[in-house]
Design a protein around this ligand. Structure first.
Ligand SMILES: [Ca+2]
Length: 121
């Protein structure tokens, strides 16, 4: 469902994709109580926002497979991010509560496909 000129939301607003005018443009920073994946390094490019916890979700469902270059986690949850293009699937990084990475490590760049969110208290 389109919720704004540059935003599309899914799952009753729990997931939002924010589009930007160009690849190096910056969307608004990740909302409080959300965690975000960015197409570009330094929190630029298309932004995917999630709010819920307690299960696996696929970045590929939103056209975001093999794209994440930076991320922010503004929740109390821990987010574990995986690459499913290898067998067995590989853990790429863990997002501690209230943390961020302006550029993921080279060997994890543009590799993330899905993640598990452990609910924080
Ligand atoms: Ca991958």
């Amino acid at each position: 469902m389109q919720t704004g000129t540059n935003e599309v939301s899914y799952a009753d607003g729990k997931v939002t994709i924010t589009f930007v005018s160009s690849a190096d443009a910056t969307a608004a920073s990740c909302a409080t109580s959300a965690y975000c994946f960015y197409d570009g390094a330094n929190f630029t490019g298309r932004k995917l926002t999630f709010r819920d916890c307690g299960g696996n979700q696929s970045l590929t469902d939103y056209g975001f497979g093999n794209k994440t270059s930076s991320w922010e986690n503004k929740t109390r949850h821990t987010v574990e991010v995986y690459d499913r293009d290898v067998d067995p699937f590989r853990t790429l990084w863990r997002e501690a509560p209230t943390s961020a990475s302006a550029r993921v490590a080279d060997d994890t760049y543009n590799k993330a496909d899905f993640f598990h969110t452990y609910c924080g208290r």
